[in-house]
Design a protein around this ligand. Structure first.
Ligand code: FPP
Length: 262
């Protein structure tokens, strides 16, 4: 969170600012949290509601999570909003999601600006409805210089497509003679990804109990700690986020090395 905000009485999207829970060690928070927001459809079905109502409730859960991450001092939140495979859903649901993204952006842009959130949309945005593309460009531009939490919304995102795109761009530069293939290293490859400039996620949270990566941030999650919870995304709340962060703080991160205590 931007320190400049610490004196405000209100925080992101109108809710009261939350102090970081005493159980959390502020020195060992993840710098970057990624979330696979799964279970919207099941949440709605359990209530006898149409699936799309689950997505609507999912937006509230995302706002709650963004606010808490910002308040507790997490530097970046990256959420999987729409995958390249999600186009295979019924047309009505896809249209609802696109309209929902537009509405949310329109409604929340001022609050994001006010709270100094830097929002970016990661993925191939060209197949999205034009109105949504315009709003995304506006939101990205208006918040680009903000010094608060980085909020990345993965939209028409696929990890394999992202890797193929990076490889293709590097190959094109090599074919034009602008790049020596021997000079390609992890840093130059990462610079071609949608997440260029962002540190890799330290923690991946997946809701609703599924134990899959689902083509999400395949490169970037190489050393992320995984937290899988049975909580359905629309029910993801402060207690669920705290549980994920405490789980993370109990892990020994070795990055392929050995634990010096053993
Ligand atoms: C999957 O649940 C969840 C999604 C497809 C994400 C929908 C997107 C949002 C809630 C956030 C949009 C936010 C912004 C800022 C534009 P599911 O339908 O797969 O659930 P199921 O597995 O129970 O069917």
């Amino acid at each position: 969170m931007s320190r400049a905000l610490a004196t405000d009485s209100h925080s992101i999207l109108g809710a009261a600012r939350q102090a970081s829970p005493a159980a959390l060690d502020p020195a060992r928070l993840p710098a970057h949290v990624a979330v696979i927001m799964d279970g919207n459809g099941r949440w709605a079905r359990r209530r006898g509601l149409p699936r799309v109502m689950g997505h609507r409730a999912g937006v509230e859960a995302l706002k709650r999570t963004l606010r808490l991450c910002s308040d507790w001092g997490i530097g970046a939140l990256t959420a999987y909003a729409f995958s390249t495979e999600n186009w295979n859903r019924p047309g009505e649901e896809v249209s609802f999601l696109m309209a929902l993204f537009e509405r949310v952006l329109q409604r929340e842009l001022q609050a994001l600006e006010r709270e100094r959130v830097r929002i970016r949309f990661l993925g191939d945005l060209t197949p999205l409805p034009e109105g949504l593309q315009r709003l995304i460009a506006e939101a990205t531009g208006r918040t680009a210089a903000n010094d608060g939490i980085h909020f990345n919304v993965c939209t028409n995102y696929g990890g394999r497509a992202e890797l193929v795109g990076a490889a293709r761009r590097l190959a094109e530069r090599a074919a034009r003679g602008e790049l020596d293939p021997a000079a390609i290293d992890e840093a130059s490859f990462a610079a071609e990804l949608h997440t260029a400039g962002e540190c890799d996620p330290d923690l991946l949270i997946r809701t609703s109990g599924e134990q899959r990566i689902s083509n999400f941030l395949l490169w970037q999650l190489a050393y992320a700690e995984l937290h899988i919870t049975e909580v359905l995304w629309p029910d993801f709340d402060e207690a669920a986020l705290l549980a994920a962060l405490l789980d993370y703080q109990n892990r020994q991160r070795r990055f392929g090395g050995i634990d010096p205590a053993h």
